[in-house]
Design a protein around this ligand. Structure first.
Ligand SMILES: Nc1ncnc2c1ncn2[C@@H]1O[C@H](COP(=O)(O)OP(=O)(O)OP(=O)(O)O)[C@@H](O)[C@H]1O
Ligand SMILES: [Mg+2]
Length: 372
């Protein structure tokens, strides 16, 4: 097993154009780290640098305490699983799993034992003689996983391994991969743009964004446990990216005495955790963040509320166990959550919902950072 260290890591495919800028953090020995971020932000690039499939332009990359910038991929003791599975179509499942060991000239008896163990773990025993084309997507993905685990590597790298699967199988396989990682305790980096996968699978999540052209901006926006990221997003990017439905991010103001937040006509007390910060923002614009689950109907909510907001319903999204209601308040769309399906309002009608003001998040609109 091994830790992975990114030390001011940078990558340019074209001279002068940064794709990855100044990425510095550690992935601990045995940790399941998820990289999440929008398409094109550089997740695969970082993963491929760790694997040795892309060169490092700047900074250092360490596996354990060894700098691996110039180390050949095959000497890194890493196994990677791709979205496309990349199975050999003419080989059986057994040979697909065994192939990496055969080219390393492992004794046939040891190969057999490892393939058998992997097949047991992954429920592939009945398929060992089949070719990949005779397998379902989920079974193929398990073969790709098997090929990685028989290698018994120090590090697993996953690049969106579940995105070709249907929704049900994705839920199943994400639990399987989590269980497998918890059992093997192999250091793992898992790339996804699905924030539900990120929340449910990772010990920690690293939220990335495109670094753009400003030389002071890194791709890293926040790193932390899933609940840290969810409960205390460090900036507007993370706040807006993590959570379904999305957090409301509303233009608001701190009152001149610093005691309240003013969201057009609605005045609400600054929550405990922002009291000190709000004193420094007296009379200034802020962004008020509040998740839809903290905006609800008076007869349905499980918190005490003195603050309500009224607007005109734009659209309802029934999700089965709840209904997300989007309504317009002075030109800004606010999303709230209704629990029951009784007496749903129609688009255009007014609705009044209660705010759980203790659950507010406040951000500086200029720096986009959470107030401290
Ligand atoms: N070989 C390459 N040459 C030039 N540019 C590249 C190359 N590979 C990737 N890029 C660019 O680098 C940026 C990051 O790409 P990368 O594939 O790492 O993103 P990603 O976060 O994995 O996106 P996705 O979620 O769509 O897979 C993109 O703008 C992409 O166009
Ligand atoms: Mg990618």
């Amino acid at each position: 097993m091994a830790s992975i260290t990114l030390d001011h890591l940078g990558k340019s495919y074209t001279a002068g154009v940064d794709v990855i800028r100044d990425l510095s953090f550690d992935i601990r020995d045995g940790e399941f780290m998820v990289f999440v971020g929008p398409s094109g932000c550089g997740k695969s690039t970082v993963l491929r640098m760790i694997a040795g499939l892309e060169t490092v332009t700047r900074g250092r990359l360490l596996i354990g305490d060894r700098v691996v910038n110039d180390l050949h991929p095959k000497d890194r003791d890493i196994a990677m699983v791709f979205q496309s599975y990349a199975l050999y179509p003419h080989m059986t499942v057994y040979d697909n799993i065994a192939f990496g060991l055969q080219i390393r000239k492992m004794p046939e008896a040891e190969i057999k034992k490892r393939v058998q163990e992997a097949a047991d773990t992954l429920g592939l025993n009945a398929y060992l003689d089949r070719k990949p084309k005779a397998l379902s997507g989920g079974q193929r993905q398990r073969v790709a996983l098997g090929r990685a685990i028989v290698r018994n590597p120090s590090v697993f790298l996953f690049d969106e391994p579940l995105s070709n699967l249907d929704a049900e199988l994705r839920v199943h396989m994400r639990a399987e991969i989590s269980k497998l990682q918890r059992r093997l305790k192999t250091t793992t980096v898992y790339v996804t743009h699905d924030q539900v996968e990120a929340m449910t699978m990772g010990h920690r999540i690293c939220v990335l964004r495109p670094c753009g052209s400003d030389p002071n901006v890194s791709n890293l926006t926040q790193i932390g446990t899933p609940m840290e990221i969810y409960d205390t997003p460090a900036n507007l990017f993370t706040a807006g990216f993590m959570g379904t439905p999305k957090m409301n991010l509303l233009k608001a103001k701190i009152t001149d005495d610093g005691d309240d937040v003013l969201f057009y006509g609605v005045r609400m007390p600054v929550s405990e955790q922002f009291k000190a910060a709000a004193q420094k923002y007296k009379g200034r614009d802020v962004i008020l963040g509040i998740r839809p689950e903290h905006i609800g109907a008076a007869h349905e909510i499980d918190w005490q509320s003195e603050t309500s907001v009224t607007g005109a319903v734009e659209i309802l999204e029934p999700l089965g166990h709840e209904v997300i209601v989007h309504f317009e308040v002075q030109g800004q769309t606010v999303s709230g959550r209704l629990r029951s399906h009784q007496q749903l309002p129609n688009p255009g009608e007014p609705i009044t919902l209660q705010l759980r003001t203790e659950a507010m998040h406040l951000f500086d609109p200029r720096t986009e950072k959470r107030l401290e």
